[in-house]
Design a protein around this ligand. Structure first.
Ligand code: PLP
Ligand code: SF4
Length: 348
């Protein structure tokens, strides 16, 4: 089969820190050991978004020595204990994560699954895909299947189409979701052909992963518009990253820009405790500060849920600044201007 433009772009991606030397002046030698432990891949398109060494795009995709000195948790979300079969994570009764692919267009240095993505141990076999489908088919409480990975959109159209068709054919599955960073790092993957394929499996939602306003390019906007044109509603999950998007003004620019592209901000994730990612972690107070900065000045439509995924498979918990306090029969609710309002709460 002919190589498509996006597959060619993947082949031309940078996988060794030394390859950055043609563009940027820095010492790649110490970073080779980092890339040997946690793979590097940067698409030509995403490389083009870097403007300077250590800028917010660079930090997301170029290996950093600090990755090696951090001994966090290998499996911070306890996912491996929640896997009835290798490709499925089943934590909530009605929905599962289906690990459909072991690789990504670009490897994010802050990834929660960085111990696995891009490595041999993460490559997912056809047998594992089949076992995953069989598990879902045999478990009637599953109504929502979230394709994740790795990045499911790195699968060739034929494999992806076959997988979607099999999941779509399971009578109790009501919706399918895809989690993909491809609109951010490899927008040329969002071809007309792919969109026509996805359209056949409605209702199908796609959550993408923009972290910085500079990622909101005309190419990314076109990719999103093509998906929306094919009836795929778009959401966005952002990870709160130190030195990338932990300033309220940066976050507000990102969220507003997403809405202009018709992408609905869904979650703002507190960084989890994955090994090799500590240099990206902010205190929870920073996230609460941002949530506070959004309330009032920014439309509710642009405001994601700020969530923390607790270690050990305990699940996501929404985090909110203390707005509400009970005082006998009434609630004290603090407005975004800092005013205390007494609200006669109903007694249920
Ligand atoms: C986040 C998550 C989901 C999806 O949760 P929603 O809140 O419905 O988006 C499903 N399974 C696992 C294991 C998750 O971590
Ligand atoms: S695209 Fe997602 S799964 Fe892949 S490296 Fe980035 S955060 Fe991890």
């Amino acid at each position: 089969m002919a190589t498509e433009a996006w597959q060619q772009a993947l082949k031309e991606s940078l996988i060794d820190p030394e390859q950055l030397l043609g563009w940027y002046d820095f010492d790649p030698q110490p970073l080779k050991a980092v890339a040997a432990r946690y793979p590097m891949r940067i698409t030509p398109y995403y490389l083009g978004l870097i403007q300077a060494v250590d800028d917010p795009i660079w930090r997301q995709c170029v290996p950093d020595l600090r990755e090696l000195s951090d001994d966090g948790l290998a499996d911070p979300l306890g996912e491996e204990n929640l896997s009835p079969v290798p490709a499925v994570i089943h934590r909530y009764p009605d929905r599962v994560i289906f690990l459909a692919s072991g690789s990504c267009a670009s490897y994010c240095r802050f990834c929660t699954r960085k111990r696995k993505v891009g490595c041999k141990s993460m490559s997912i076999s056809f047998r594992e895909l089949r076992e995953g489908i069989d598990y879902i088919a045999a478990t009637p409480q599953i109504k929502d299947v979230i394709l994740s990975g790795g990045d499911p959109l790195l699968l060739p159209d034929s494999v992806l189409g076959d997988l979607l068709a099999r999941i779509h054919a399971i009578p109790h599955v009501e919706i399918i979701r895809i989690g993909s960073r491809v609109p951010v790092t490899l927008p040329e993957r969002i071809t007309e052909k792919l969109c026509a394929l996805l359209e056949r499996f409605a209702p199908l939602y796609l959550n993408t992963h923009f972290n910085h306003p500079r990622e909101l390019t005309p190419q990314a906007a076109e990719a999103c518009a093509r998906l929306i044109g094919s009836g795929v509603p778009l959401g966005n999950q952002t990870v709160l990253l130190k030195g990338v998007n932990d300033e309220p003004q940066t976050m507000i620019a990102l969220l507003r820009g997403l809405l202009r592209m018709r992408v609905r901000p869904y979650y703002l994730h507190q960084m989890d405790l994955a090994c090799g990612t500590a240099h990206f972690r902010t205190p929870v107070a920073t996230g609460l500060e941002i949530v506070r900065a959004l309330r009032g000045p920014v439309s509710g439509l642009a405001s994601p849920h700020y969530v923390i995924d607790l270690p050990g498979g305990k699940g996501k918990v929404p985090l909110q600044p203390e707005y509400v306090k009970r005082r006998g029969e009434v609630l004290e609710i603090r407005t975004s201007d800092g005013e205390l309002v007494l609200y006669p709460d109903c007694r249920g």
